[in-house]
Design a protein around this ligand. Structure first.
Ligand code: B3K
Ligand code: ZN
Length: 869
């Protein structure tokens, strides 16, 4: 019986390939309206081979032209919209044979930005996860790895530059103004790592010498007018190459490594072998146009993609359920790299806090919502929906826990063994775990539960101090809420760094390994009741249920030697008070004041300590969310800090100036962050008094960090001066798409302001603006996603207008770009957590989207799961 249920793929249904490929030759004649792809593929029996089995290739949106086998036309095949099934293979497929296919695709009509597409007149590809099937019929799965030789042909006037993976073998002039370039990649790779780029691009280049003494050519390709914005990306690439040699002994294996920037891209960047393709947002930067945060993001994304060359490309995934094998590990590597670039212990803590904040804001809600999945999912409908914060960020936390349990050296031994065993293979998360276990002689069986169970574990802490015995005892009780298909959870193996803080200060940091549901530890010779500093440096990605007194939290806030937990104590104090609708009391204000005045602390740390928990994280602490109440309580709390410390903010604003030439080192970055927080706090305290100072900062700034912060302060606080500055900003940067994205994004993320029109009416006007483009993911994200996902108090309106706008936008985007639409669809994931009338109105909008008969599988999966179908 035919059902309308969406198709699901299941991890346990994995079967090795029936056939596999060796050498692949591609000949691609590029034309925006009709690109002709000829392939010649060497086919061999695969691990599941059975004589007589047909060769089943996948293809999507392709025009089939012809098929030959071993040089002869072949008629025994079936063609469906998804498959090319080839029968009657020579000798029933037992020996190697050659398949030649000719097909056609239409890059200029491809708005999904998967496969081969055109952006601003140039050609680009995106093949992960399943985009190669939009270029030709293929075994488009990661466990089939082949060697590629690729000839690209194009009209030279339109496409002077022709790039693909590996090394350039030859370039030739052809008749009628055409030319060609042939590239060869010496490393076998799965099709998702294939790339081509063609068009009017220019590059900066550098030659470096790697640890073995080899010379390597590094290039960054961009549109000619952007060349001046590539230096930071190049420096980041060079630093990444050196770091991977030093920390993991991993060297660049190609003679040439290229990065190309494109303005239309579904995500951040892509690690194609030797030819990384990046969203311009993560390449282009100059102090005048990019903020300090942009510079840091570029450094980390460049590093991330480079690190994939080993963790992802040399050792790849057996199937897409294993995605975290490469993503979690590579995020961990880029986080460690960025932390090392900070140059000091306190800098490392700042990076750690930022990463944890992101995890809690985005991943904790995911882990508690309808899309919750283990870092290794067991089932998906559309793999693109599983490039999630769980697979990436929680995946990284899981890798970090190996390092916490095994030590840095033990972790390195595990990595070495992983490469020794699996270089050139497509493997699983179990293989990684076994390498870690075997290299260290450890039994990590229980650690596997992190891969198989969804949800954020909760650890409840009970403490007892017996002064007569000088004994201190803690009991830890772990639990994890049920999630789809997992009603009961087994205990996790949780590494918890802890320290007892006493006046004598003679207890050292320890690592507790919580493996049972309920476990106790006793500490002897403790002279006084200690203050417990638990889960230091966020050693495990858990919720800590610990009813610590405000006095203890204040002690940790003012004197914990673990900077992460110092920050954490401040967050917990603020969170408890906001959720109880309280304002900061005198003790907390004094603690904030002392922290701000402490000359030993980094400005960057101070800025983080005074930044309140995000609304999305506050929501997760409630049984039923009233978004307007939370917004009002958080805002009132912030205003009180602003007012009570107005003198300090004003003084800091002056002290944190960074005169002289612009520098982007950690010290100046921290000072700018704290100065800009001070400005925002002053506007919060009294916008009429401080707006002129913000306007002045806006006008005289020589860098985007200061100019944007001043503009944001003026806009967010609803000042009269905002309008003129917004006009000036648009005119100044009208030709810089990334800066115009900021202009759109800021207006879409303005929270509600008394006396101003609701933000939604601005957003609707922005959508009609001549510079708004529904086909460009960056622009869509800066207007629509910014409003629906980053502006909770404006989005969640009692009349449901935000949700209607969301539904209209999801439906409009879905027919253009399913991945971008499905990501936006996630904005209503947590609808069940909200109070009425919000909940019913969200549900109605979800149902309206779900009722669309032509919905893409991407969006259908997201809204289907949200509604519990
Ligand atoms: N591996 C790519 C992500 C591809 C997403 C496909 N929908 C980028 C990265 O994680 O480095
Ligand atoms: Zn990645």
């Amino acid at each position: 019986m035919k059902t309308d249920l969406p198709q699901s793929f299941r991890r346990l249904e994995y079967r090795p390939p029936v056939y596999t490929f060796d050498q692949v030759e591609l000949d691609i004649a590029l034309d925006p309206a009709r690109t002709i792809i000829k392939s010649r593929i060497e086919v061999l029996p695969g691990k599941s081979f059975e004589a007589g089995a047909p060769l089943v290739l996948v293809g999507q949106e392709l025009e089939f032209v012809s098929l030959r086998i071993n040089g002869e036309a072949h008629r025994h095949f079936e063609l469906t919209p998804e498959f090319l099934t080839i029968h009657s293979l020579p000798n029933e497929g037992r020996d190697k044979f050659f398949v030649e296919i000719i097909c056609v695709c239409v890059p200029e009509k491809n708005t999904s930005l998967m496969g081969l597409y055109v952006s601003n007149g140039n050609f680009f590809t995106q093949c992960e996860a399943e985009g190669f099937r939009k270029i030709t019929y293929f075994l488009d799965r990661p466990d089939v790895m082949e060697r590629y030789r690729v000839t690209l042909r194009a009209r030279e006037a339109e496409c002077p530059v022709l790039l693909s993976n590996g090394n350039l073998l030859i370039s030739e002039k052809l008749p009628n103004g055409w030319h060609s370039a042939t590239w060869e990649d010496p490393f076998p790779k799965p099709s998702y790592l294939f790339a081509l780029v063609a068009g009017k691009l220019e590059c900066i280049e550098e030659t470096i010498t790697t640890s073995s003494g080899a010379q390597k050519l590094l290039q960054i390709w961009v549109e000619p007018h952007d060349l001046k914005k590539t230096r930071h990306a190049m420096d980041s690439l060079i630093a990444s190459i050196h770091w991977d040699e030093k920390r993991f002994g991993l060297e660049l294996d190609l003679e040439r490594f290229m990065i190309v920037a494109v303005g239309d891209f579904n995500m951040g960047a892509m690690e194609n072998k030797g030819l990384n393709i990046f969203n311009t947002k993560f390449v282009l930067a100059q102090p005048e146009t990019a903020t300090d945060a942009d510079f840091a993001n570029i450094e980390s994304v460049v590093a991330h993609e480079y690190f994939h060359n080993w963790t992802g490309n040399r050792v790849t995934c057996q199937d897409w359920f294993q995605l975290s094998l490469k993503e979690g590990l590579t995020v961990f590597r880029d986080q460690e790299f960025s932390a090392d670039q900070m140059g000091s212990e306190s800098g490392r803590a700042v990076k750690r806090i930022e990463d944890v904040r992101l995890l809690r804001q985005l991943q904790f809600p995911e882990d508690a919502g309808p899309m919750a999945h283990p870092i290794r999912p067991d089932e998906y409908q559309e793999i693109s929906n599983f490039y999630t914060v769980t697979v990436y960020e929680k995946g990284s936390e899981v890798v970090r826990m190996y390092q916490t349990l095994l030590g840095k050296d033990g972790f390195r031994k595990g990595m070495d063994l992983y490469f020794k065993r699996h270089d050139g293979q497509a493997v699983t998360c179990d293989d990684f775990l076994m390498a870690m276990a075997d290299a260290n002689g450890r039994d990590l069986t229980q650690f596997r539960n992190w891969y198989s169970q969804a949800g954020t574990p909760r650890v409840k802490v009970q403490e007892h101090y017996d002064p007569s015995k000088k004994q201190y005892q803690i009991t830890l009780i772990q639990s994890c809420a049920p999630s789809a298909g997992q009603p009961e959870k087994k205990p996790f193996h949780i590494p918890l760094k802890m320290r007892l803080i006493t006046k004598g200060n003679n207890q050292v940091e320890q690592l507790l390994e919580l493996t049972q549901a309920n476990q106790s530890w006793t500490f002897d010779s403790i002279d006084e009741r200690p203050v417990l500093s638990m889960n230091r440096n966020f050693s495990a990605p858990i919720h800590l249920d610990f009813e610590q007194s405000e006095a203890d939290l204040l002690t940790l806030f003012s004197s914990d030697d673990d900077p992460f937990n110092r920050w954490e104590a401040a967050q917990r104090l603020a969170m408890q008070m906001i959720l109880n609708n309280r304002l900061p009391d005198e003790k907390l204000i004094n603690a904030y004041r002392n922290l701000l005045l402490d000359p030993k602390l980094d400005p960057a740390f101070k800025e983080l300590a005074l930044t309140l928990p995000a609304e999305s994280y506050l929501y997760e602490q409630c049984a039923s969310v009233d978004p307007q109440k939370i917004f009002a309580a958080r805002r009132a709390f912030r205003r009180e800090i602003a007012k009570q410390l107005q003198l300090e903010w004003a003084a800091l604003y002056q002290q944190m100036q960074t005169p002289g030439p612009f520098k982007s080192d950690a010290v100046d970055v921290g000072k700018r962050a704290l100065k800009n927080l001070a400005l925002s706090m002053l506007l919060e305290a009294n916008k009429d008094v401080w707006a002129p100072m913000a306007v002045n900062q806006y006008r005289i700034a020589d860098n985007m960090t200061e100019r944007y912060a001043a503009l944001a302060g003026l806009v967010i606080h609803g000042t009269r001066e905002a309008k003129d500055c917004l006009i000036d900003f648009f005119e100044r940067f009208a030709n810089d798409a990334l800066v115009i994205d900021k202009w759109f994004g800021l207006q879409s993320s303005r929270p509600p302001v008394d006396g101003l029109e609701p933000t939604l009416s601005d957003v609707k006007k922005l959508r009609e603006h001549p510079a708004f483009k529904m086909n460009n993911p960056n622009r869509v994200r800066s207007v629509i996603h910014a409003f629906c996902s980053n502006n909770p108090a404006s989005f969640h309106q009692v009349d449901g207008s935000g949700y209607e706008f969301w539904a209209d936008s999801v439906l409009a985007l879905d027919s253009i770009n399913p991945q971008v639409a499905a990501r936006l669809a996630r904005a209503l994931d947590r609808w069940r957590l909200f109070s009425q009338p919000y909940q019913d109105k969200m549900k109605a909008s979800l149902e309206r989207v779900a009722a669309c008969p032509t919905l893409s599988p991407d969006t259908r999966e997201v809204v289907g799961k949200a509604l519990g179908n």
